[in-house]
Design a protein around this ligand. Structure first.
Ligand code: CMC
Length: 393
């Protein structure tokens, strides 16, 4: 088999070829299927982006209409699945609920589990895209004890999600188009980011021919970790701490520069983007618009703005090319939309879903598809003599 090359953390190991997302960290370029993210963010809705990522091309008008209608058909979850939620404690983390219920889709939708049957795969794709916002909104309703709100198919994808989150049977929810647009942008900039931890997990699980629901459930678990999808939550927690501490942003900048402690400014810096994060640029504009319009009396927003300004002028951050990343602004926007901190990573999952599906689909269509099976370098004991139980010290 030859010598094994060790690459802990897969920093420099390509696990696959892929035609979905191109990124160049030095130049700050991100393209889905060849289209710059800035152009897509300005012109498309989230379902068009989903179609593009999964099928490779932007849909024409007829394809887009058919895709939308297929998704609308599946927005409800099976009525009996609502009882899943009765079994979860009220303080359960919504990401735990999300992965469990998505895994549970394979118990109720057994007619779309075969990865080798294109028709079944197609239905499972529609089901996932349609049902994830419903499953996610129910997890929030579970946490605050309000009745679940059914999806309303006359609404767009983002509008419907906001309605399921914030309407109640006694109080309708007026959808602010700027809120829906901010959400659209956030979902689009999160939709794919090549071989990150959760996407590689979806491919890994899918490579054994596990069904799409099971593979996506595994991806949700991978995303849950604070080193991956949890950073936006960490950023807002940090901003809250600065507010509670009197709003002295300079103190936190100094702490982040101080090499005698481990504190870092959350939402700053990126492994790949060393000049700027193109996603951050897009949502910063949306964030500024939203905050100006809402004129909210929340000291967190003011602290976020001062922190950003001061850090961007600080030599330490300039020298190391540390810019606000996508998570810096996304947390602030979610907060402005009234979305609770525990739901931030759930929103990331809704955004990343088409990317996960696209990679699973691409892998299954690849002629060279094999089960993922990395090797390891064994560092344990050499052969040892067995000692019977009654003679062990
Ligand atoms: N605050 C203060 N110093 C920092 C920060 C920060 N946020 N990020 C990096 N540095 C310093 C680091 O101490 C090092 O300094 P020196 O050269 O003096 O030792 C230098 O910058 C390079 O840092 P690194 O750790 O080698 O960079 P990395 O590429 O390994 O880490 C990162 C990238 C995102 C993990 C890191 O910048 C970080 O921890 N940021 C805060 C957490 C965060 O916002 N994460 C979300 C990332 S975006 C979501 C996604 O796309 O997945």
């Amino acid at each position: 088999t030859g010598a094994i090359t060790l690459d802990e953390g897969f920093v420099n190991t390509g696990s696959t070829t892929s035609a979905i997302t191109f990124l160049d960290g030095e130049k700050g370029i991100l393209r889905y299927r060849g289209y710059p993210i800035e152009v897509l963010a300005q012109n498309c809705d989230f379902l068009e982006i989903s179609y593009l990522l999964i099928y490779g091309d932007l849909p024409n008008a007829a394809q887009a209409a058919e895709f939308r209608s297929n998704i609308r058909e599946h927005t409800l979850i099976h009525e009996e699945m609502r009882s899943f939620y009765d079994g979860f404690p009220r303080d359960a983390h919504p990401m735990a609920i999300l992965s469990s219920v998505v895994g549970g889709l394979s118990t109720f939708y057994q007619d779309s589990l075969d990865p080798s049957d294109p028709r079944q795969v197609e239905i499972s794709i529609h089901r996932l895209l349609a049902k994830l916002p419903t499953i996610a909104a129910y997890s929030y309703k579970k946490s605050n004890g309000q009745p679940f709100m059914y999806p309303q198919n006359r609404l767009g994808y983002c509008e419907n999600f906001l309605q399921m989150m914030f309407a109640t049977p006694t109080e309708s929810y007026e959808i602010d188009p700027d809120f829906a647009d901010a959400l659209r942008l956030l979902l689009i900039v999160h939709a794919d980011h090549e071989q990150n931890c959760s996407t590689s997990t979806v491919r890994m699980v899918g490579s054994s021919n596990a069904n799409l629901f099971a593979s996506i459930s595994a991806g949700i678990c991978a995303l849950w970790g604070p080193l991956h999808g949890g950073a936006n939550e960490a950023c807002v927690n940090m901003l809250e701490q600065i507010v509670a501490d009197g709003g002295d942003v300079q103190k936190y900048i100094d702490m982040a520069k101080d090499k005698t402690n481990n504190f870092r400014l959350m939402g700053f810096g990126h492994r790949v983007y060393k000049n700027f994060d193109p996603r951050a640029k897009i949502i910063k504009a949306s964030c500024d618009r939203l905050l100006e319009k809402l004129d909210l009396d929340d000291p967190l927003f003011e602290v976020a703005q001062r922190l950003e300004e001061s850090a961007l002028q600080d030599e330490y951050f300039v020298e190391r090319k540390l810019y606000p990343n996508v998570d810096f602004y996304s947390g602030v926007i979610y907060r402005a939309l009234g979305i609770p901190v525990q739901m931030f990573t759930v929103l990331f999952a809704i955004g990343r879903l088409p990317g996960w599906i696209a990679h699973w689909h691409e892998m299954h269509q690849s002629p060279g598809k094999r089960i993922y099976r990395p090797r390891q370098v064994y560092t344990g004991a050499t052969e040892r003599a067995f000692v019977p139980l009654d003679q062990r010290p």
